[in-house]
Design a protein around this ligand. Structure first.
Ligand code: AP5
Length: 204
C-alpha cells in the first residue's frame, strides 16, 4: 500500500508516520529528513537543499522528484511505503501518479495557533532524529543518548514562509486527491495516540 501524508508544517506528520509504518510494516520516506541528512553530510543534494530549506522555501520540483523516484525504486518499497512531505505541489502529485499507484492520502488538520506551539517547542535528536516537544519531554538528551537541538527552520519567521508555501502550493492537493476519493481528512488535535486511533479507523 502506498500512503501519502499531507498536512501543514508541524501538524504531526512525522509523529504519525512512525506509528503507521510500524503497524503496516512499510518504510517511512520523509523528504524533509532525507534533505536534512544530506545537508548534514554536505552532499551535492544537501548543498542545493540548504539554499531553500532553512528559509522555509520548497526545494525545486525537479530536485525532489528525482530523490523520491530513486527512493521508491529501492527494494524495501516493493510492498508499499509511506510518503511524508511529498508531494507538496501539483506537479509533484502528477509525477507521482505517473510513477506509482497512490492508494490513500491522509490529510492531518491542525489550527494555526497549535502549529506555532508545536514548531517552537519541537526538539530533534541529533543522533536518531526522534522528535520531542518541550511541553511533555523535559530531559536534555534523547532516549538514545543523543543531544536535542532545534531545527534551523523552526523559527517563527521560517514558519510564516512555510505556511504561506503550504497555502499556495500544497493545499490545492486536497482537491486533487478528493476528486477520486483517495483523500482522508483527520483532525490532528489531541494526543499522538488519539490521532493515530483516528487514522487507523479511517484506513480500516
Ligand atoms: P519537512 O521536514 O517535511 O517539514 P514540514 O512539512 O514542515 O513538517 P515538519 O517536519 O515540520 O512537521 P511534522 O508535520 O512532521 O510534525 P512532527 O511530527 O515533527 O520539510 C522541511 C523542508 O524540506 C520544507 O520546508 C522544504 O524546504 C523541504 N521539502 C521537504 N519535502 C519537500 C517537497 N516535497 N518539495 C519541496 N521541498 C520539500 O510534530 C511537530 C511537533 O509537534 C513535535 O515536537 C512533536 O513532538 C509534536 N507533536 C506531534 N503530534 C502531536 C500531538 N498530537 N500533540 C502534541 N504534540 C504533538
Amino acid at each position: 500500500m502506498l500512503i501519502v501524508l499531507l498536512g501543514p508544517p508541524a501538524a504531526g506528520k512525522g509523529t504519525q508516520a512512525k506509528k503507521i509504518c510500524n503497524s503496516l510494516s512499510i518504510p517511512h520516506i520523509s523528504t524533509g529528513s532525507i534533505l536534512r541528512q544530506n545537508i548534514s553530510e554536505k552532499t551535492p543534494l544537501g548543498e542545493v537543499a540548504s539554499l531553500y530549506i532553512n528559509k522555509g522555501d520548497l526545494v525545486p520540483d525537479e530536485v525532489i522528484i528525482a530523490v523520491v523516484k530513486d527512493r521508491l525504486r529501492q527494494p524495501d518499497c516493493a510492498k508499499g511505503a509511506l510518503l511524508d512531505g511529498f508531494p507538496r505541489t501539483l506537479r509533484q502529485a502528477e509525477e507521482l501518479d505517473e510513477l506509482i499507484q497512490v492508494d490513500k492520502v491522509i490529510d492531518i488538520e491542525v489550527s494555526r495557533q497549535i502549529l506555532t506551539e508545536r514548531v517552537t517547542g519541537r526538539r530533534v535528536c541529533k543522533n536518531c532524529g526522534t522528535n520531542y516537544h518541550i511541553s511533555v519531554y523535559t530531559e536534555s538528551n534523547c532516549n538514545c543518548g543523543g543531544s536535542l537541538q532545534t531545527r534551523e527552520d523552526d523559527t517563527e519567521a521560517a514558519l510564516a514562509v512555510r505556511l504561506n508555501n503550504y497555502d499556495k502550493q500544497t493545499l490545492p492537493l486536497r482537491q486533487y486527491y478528493a476528486g477520486d476519493n483517495r483523500l482522508i481528512q483527520v483532525s490532528g488535535i489531541g494526543t499522538p495516540a488519539e490521532v493515530f486511533e483516528r487514522i487507523k479507523e479511517a484506513l480500516a
